[in-house]
Ligand binder design. Sequence first.
Ligand code: HEM
Length: 514
Amino acid sequence: MEALTKKLLSLCLVGLCILGLYYFYYVVWFVPERIRRKLRMQGIGGPKPSFPYGNISEMKRLTIMEKNKKDAEAMKGTIKHDYRSAVFPYYEKWRKEFGPVFAYRMGKVVIVHVSEAEVLKEICLCVSLELGKGTYLKKTHEPLFGQGILKSNGPAWLHQRKLIAPQFFLDKVKGMVDLMVDSTNPLLKSWERKIEQNGGMTDIKIDDDLRTYSADVISLACFGSSYVEGKEIFMKLRVLQKIISKPNMLAEITGLRYLPTRRNREAWRLNREIHTLILKIVKQKGVQERNLLSTILQNASMENMGTKEAEKFIVDNCKSIFFAGHESTAVTATWCLMLLGMYPEWQKRVRAEVHDVCGGKAPDAKSIQKMKTLTMVIQEALRLYPPGAIVLREALQEIKLGSIIVPKGVNVCAPVATLHYDPNIWGKDVNEFNPERFANGLIGACRPPHMYLPFGAGARTCLGQNFAMMELKIVLSTIISKFKFSLSTNYRHSPVLRLIVEPEYGVNLVLEKA
Ligand code: HEM
């Protein structure tokens, strides 16, 4: 009897394993392949995927190959702005093989890569809730963004957008100019000190100082007087960002995101600490001050959420704004200074303009409006080095985009960098740094204008654009009025994708007082 039970149990176990394997095969291979077939019937080809990771192995192989080339060029001191072949060699290869619209697979997720104007226009202008944020890498990114505004979809996203966006409207941002100007002081003092210590000229890596500046600004804007704790949160978020910048393919494919791997444990620990720090501020300050946090808090209490749900709502959104609000701005400022270091004639023009409109005083909302040349430089830097190099959307329901019927669950990728380097849109000098192209605004620079996407597109476009532009103009105009600088020979040009495109080895400038 006992032997029979054992046999039956073993049989059940084997049956369960077979069922599990079949389910795995069905989800990871059969379903995405059925979707690819539907796309092929519409004439959309693409590279052949392999089991179970799809095209990831080829992507990795091509990236490593290009990395070796890129390192060799960086050692020679070569600077080529167009980073597409270095950062996305696989897109370049597939675009040549399959044309502007092709499909590939990242694990079980099918992604349609589109660089065709007509379809892109539809993606850019689409405000339907049926086109949401992609689920690709959602599990990998969960510790950093949770269910906050950056990753949520449908009514949950709409609710958060309506709550947060008004905090970054232009009239609110104008009220933050003073805190942005004050936040430049530690950076300016530290650079002045270094110049003095090194006999009037110094070679420094600027990235971390700009990150600290940007962290101060968003901490003050979000948390008011609790910005010291805010800064601690930023430090931890930065470490978390590094940990999760590599895809966790095991979790993406199997859904097993709770395995206690070293990387998961580290991410969970940081996440717990960040959670505690945010709630500590909430408990200390409550809604006494008027800032973003108090608005989120008030809303969470009005919505009658349970304690756990309200805490998650607050923490996820604070984390999302922290990340979105400081990382891209700091990296854009770094790229701008790299370019101004490379092109001294533009540096001179911007310095003359700042001198002219500020007359030796700190910038304010009015003078910032008059900084046309600086605006052009920032726009051109965002064209050559858009930190968000791709805009990714998922069809939450089957949807028609241009001539393509996109099946439910398929992700659509708009390659921002490809558009920003298209000579048909920008002209023959597309690979050159030429801020002059923006002299008559976006319409004069780019035809059609919606092909310029540094802040994304459609309903999910960046809600911090005004804030970011104000912050960039303040920090750049202040630096340029105080210092002259050139690109150091220690600089190694190597744009790299770590959620956003940033300089792999940082940017070194040689600084002296202006
Ligand atoms: C130069 C600086 C910045 C750049 C290049 C940038 C770029 C972007 C991009 C490309 C997106 C995705 C849009 C899409 O998927 O279509 C985005 C979304 C977002 N950004 Fe920014 N951003 C910057 C600064 C900021 C700042 C300063 C804040 C906040 C203060 C912010 C908050 C957000 C938020 C909350 C979203 C999500 C919007 C949504 O999904 O509804 N960003 N940003």
